[in-house]
Design a protein around this ligand. Structure first.
Ligand SMILES: NC(=O)c1ccc[n+]([C@@H]2O[C@H](COP(=O)([O-])OP(=O)(O)OC[C@H]3O[C@@H](n4cnc5c(N)ncnc54)[C@H](O)[C@@H]3O)[C@@H](O)[C@H]2O)c1
Ligand SMILES: [Zn+2]
Ligand SMILES: [Zn+2]
Length: 400
């Protein structure tokens, strides 16, 4: 079968791999119909997370069940399913409490596992024609419809970025009427803005410097903020001040609350320097979140910070250690949440929003490609050129 494999820094190849086989009675084999390329894959592509050459990548996977092991009960051949990127056992201490992002069983090294990802266990990725699904009863979300129908792209986004973005809004305590600043207009940032709007946030700002992505944020109903045109935090303060209705209802001292209630870091450690976007500044977005959030506000840190980082500029950054103003954090009494998203916590409800016509996350999809075009798509997505925002690899639609 064809699969996308990592062959070194900025080098992905389409290679011929053997088809997976059922290894344990609880496994299933999935014939993939669509697989996403994620901003998280770029950390590996850029050589910023050590990965063995020849690894089959891809953790955003959906398709039709081809075969099930004899102990699988709720999933059968022909079922259409999407896989949460977190692989979990369903029976460990953390899985029992809904923390499938921190499964204690599936990865012998660390408390989390995923398909085709550095440091996430021995599982092959799904940018491939077939993939092995461990504990299929627990790791498959059943879907209605047929391969290639109008929901295909929406459902694919249930594997990661839609639930991840929803989780970002939970970490940032977004609720009806609250004001939100999202840093990063990649797929995660755009959908964080979208989920904030689904939750009826009153004002949603999206910061980036890539014109196509900012335009998409605006189309989705958010206010775009271009950091290449000046300090994005100051821009948000100014935009908020322009809201006459809000200004007329201020109580004494409330002018100090010129920022927002909730900030979302949807960029992570490869953040660009606002003053010189050609340079990296790993702390840029967290610093901005700290500045833009009002006293008593909340920050959702969904962009990743990973160590070891062989490509970092200095020894402490290589270990993921960065300066952070704890005094400002404490002074403002900020709440902050971080970590991998527990996809299973949200994916069923988000699927039902899609099926009932209440959500259309696929509006962020920019490109559909065939697997042979994946190396070129990685290159363009990595350079964020030609509007490459969310790339989906489509396979033959004969799954179910
Ligand atoms: N926690 C999780 O479970 C989880 C899941 C999926 C993805 N992620 C992470 O979320 C992050 C975003 O993913 P994505 O797919 O949207 O990636 P992406 O790389 O396409 O998007 C990042 C965006 O941030 C912008 N950016 C860079 N510096 C900035 C700055 N200083 N201010 C504002 N914007 C800036 C970039 O221009 C880009 O548009 C990545 O770190 C990814 O690994 C986390
Ligand atoms: Zn992803
Ligand atoms: Zn578990």
């Amino acid at each position: 079968m064809k699969a996308v494999t990592y062959e070194g820094v900025r080098k992905m190849t389409v290679s011929n791999e053997s088809r997976p086989k059922i290894d344990s009675p609880t496994d299933a084999i999935l014939r993939v119909t669509t697989s996403g390329i994620c901003g998280s894959d770029l950390h590996m592509y850029d050589g910023r997370t050590p990965l063995e050459k020849g690894t089959v990548v891809g953790h955003e996977i959906m398709g039709g069940i081809e075969e099930v092991g004899e102990a699988v009960e709720s999933i059968k051949k022909g079922d259409r399913v999407v896989l949460p990127f977190n692989i979990s056992c369903g029976y460990c201490f953390n899985c029992h409490r809904g923390h499938t992002e921190a499964c204690l069983v599936m990865n012998p090294e660390e408390p989390h596992a995923a398909y085709g990802y550095a440091g996430m266990g021995p599982y092959k990725g799904g940018q491939a024609e077939f993939v092995l699904v461990p504990h299929a009863d627990f790791n498959c979300l059943k879907l209605p419809g047929k391969p290639g129908d109008e929901w295909e792209d929406d459902f694919l986004l249930l594997s990661d970025v839609f639930p991840t973005a929803y989780h970002a809004t939970e970490l940032a305590c977004v609720a009806p009427g609250k004001t939100v600043a999202v840093f990063g207009a990649g797929p995660v940032g755009l959908l964080s803005a979208y989920c904030s709007l689904l939750k009826s946030a009153s004002e949603v700002y999206v910061v980036d410097y890539i014109p196509e992505r900012l335009q998409k944020a605006e189309e989705m109903g958010a206010t775009p903020v271009d950091f290449s045109k000046g300090d994005p935090v100051e821009q948000i303060f100014k935009l908020r001040k322009k809201n006459k209705g809000m200004q007329q209802s201020l109580r004494p001292g409330e002018e100090k609350m010129k920022g927002v209630d909730c900030a979302i870091d949807a960029v992570g450690y490869q953040a660009r320097d606002d003053e010189n976007p050609d340079k990296e500044k790993p702390t840029q977005v967290l610093q901005n979140c700290l500045k833009v959030v009002n006293a008593t506000g909340s920050i959702g840190m969904i962009g990743v910070y990973i160590a070891p980082d062989p490509g970092a500029k200095n020894e402490s950054a290589k270990q993921g250690i960065f300066p952070f103003s704890l005094a400002e954090f404490f002074d403002k009494g900020i709440t902050m949440g971080s970590g991998q998203a527990p996809v299973k916590k949200y994916n069923e409800y988000l699927r039902d929003l899609i099926v009932n016509g209440k959500a259309k996350p696929s509006q962020i999809v920019s490109h559909h490609i065939r697997i042979d075009e994946a190396p070129e798509a990685y290159d363009k997505f990595d350079k964020r050129i030609e509007g490459y925002t969310k790339v989906l690899i489509q396979f033959d639609k004969k799954a179910a």
